[in-house]
Design a protein around this ligand. Structure first.
Ligand code: ADP
Ligand code: MG
Length: 345
């Protein structure tokens, strides 16, 4: 039984770039026909190299990037929204329910506002509280949940470390009472020791408040330790999506396998260079035909250059877009045991 908070069907986000010499416009498909369901209350990971379209997909699900094809539906206990034609009061309502946590805690916070005002701003802009006292109470409650001290509320962001600033950003995203949060590379700018701290906080929020997360990361090892479900994206398409345990136990797409091989092994004797990813991700303005990954896939055959593979379910909840996955064993992945972040808290 499924109960998704977000359902995308054949979602496309295309940008028209400047005209060339002959007046031809170039189309860039940042998101190229993606279908996915994010289950209510889940911590859903999205991974892929830089340039694969993760940020654009996340923003489209927040109606912050143009939906040029397909559909996105949001649904919680109270309302449902079709994001294609969302405007006016309905869009305002969606802004309250769906929020973004940025990557860079330094750039995201206004240096001239106190922490209290930074966290309170969405409440004031959206008109969600009736008095200053009510706003203050809400800010204090959320600051506490994000493990900020109440005396911190009077200070300015420069007084804080990277991890504390990220907690301020998280508090700001939470204050309107969202049901769905996109966390885009939210720990990438932090030291490894602080990353675990912030991940534990996000997991605690997801569990205590029942908020659904799309957790975007270029780092598969972070996702392995945090997410319930993982989708792997390449050049605007999903190539594999699975429960985390299933993905790490048996990756079915050669791209996923290559990403896994890139995770530094714990065993210094193990030299798993076999699946190492060669070359660079092609430009989305001129994607390869057929399977977009075929130019970098050492298993590619003629059919891969011609036919676009669709996602197929090969194990419960485990879907892959590869013509020949049954013929190869991509599962010789380095030993990265999926572990819940909260298990170490
Ligand atoms: P990722 O987050 O995985 O690194 P992005 O979603 O940022 O990927 O970008 C995917 C592709 O879309 C890139 O080639 C990027 O240059 C392009 N892109 C993103 N936003 C825009 C935009 N507003 N206009 C034109 N191209 C864009
Ligand atoms: Mg990005």
């Amino acid at each position: 039984m499924t109960d998704p908070v977000i359902s995308a069907r054949d979602l496309t986000v295309s940008y028209t770039l400047g005209r060339g010499l002959l007046g031809a416009k170039t189309q860039l498909h940042a998101v190229d026909g993606i279908s996915l369901d994010i289950e209510k209350g889940s911590f859903f990971g999205l991974v892929g190299e830089s340039g694969s379209g993760k940020t654009t997909l996340g923003r489209a699900l927040l109606k912050a990037a143009p939906i040029t094809g397909g559909s996105v539906e949001y649904r919680d206990e109270e309302v449902s929204h079709d994001l294609r034609d969302l405007s006016g009061a309905a869009l305002k309502d969606y802004r309250k329910r769906a929020q973004l946590i940025f990557q860079d805690p330094y750039a995201a916070l206004s240096p001239r506002m106190t922490v209290r005002d930074i966290i309170a701003e969405p409440l004031e802009v959206m008109g969600l509280t009736k008095s200053r006292a009510e706003t203050d109470e809400r800010v204090r409650e959320i600051a506490g949940r994000c493990r900020l001290n109440l005396e911190h509320l009077r200070r300015f962001p420069h007084a804080f470390s990277g991890g504390q600033r990220q907690r301020i950003s998280i508090a700001r995203a939470l204050v309107s009472g969202p049901r769905f949060i996109v966390a885009d590379e939210s720990v990438a700018a932090l030291d490894v020791s602080i990353q675990a701290d912030v991940l534990n906080l996000l997991r605690a929020i997801q569990q205590d408040m029942g908020i659904s997360f799309l957790f975007i990361s270029h780092d598969l090892s972070v996702v392995a330790h945090t997410c319930d479900h993982v989708a792997v994206m390449y050049l605007g398409r999903l190539v594999e999506t699975a429960p985390t345990r299933s993905l790490f136990a048996r990756p079915l797409h050669p791209y996923t396998s290559a990403l896994l091989s890139a995770i530094p092994s714990l065993d210094p004797d193990e030299t798993s260079q076999a699946d190492k990813l060669e070359g660079e991700i092609p430009s989305p303005t001129a994607p390869p035909p057929g399977c977009k990954f075929h130019t970098r896939c050492r298993f590619a055959r003629d059919a891969c250059k011609r036919d676009v593979p669709q996602l197929r379910e090969l194990a419960p909840g485990h879907r892959v877009a590869c013509h020949f996955t049954e013929e190869f064993d991509f599962s010789r992945a380095p030993a990265v045991a999926p572990r819940r972040a909260d298990a170490t808290a």
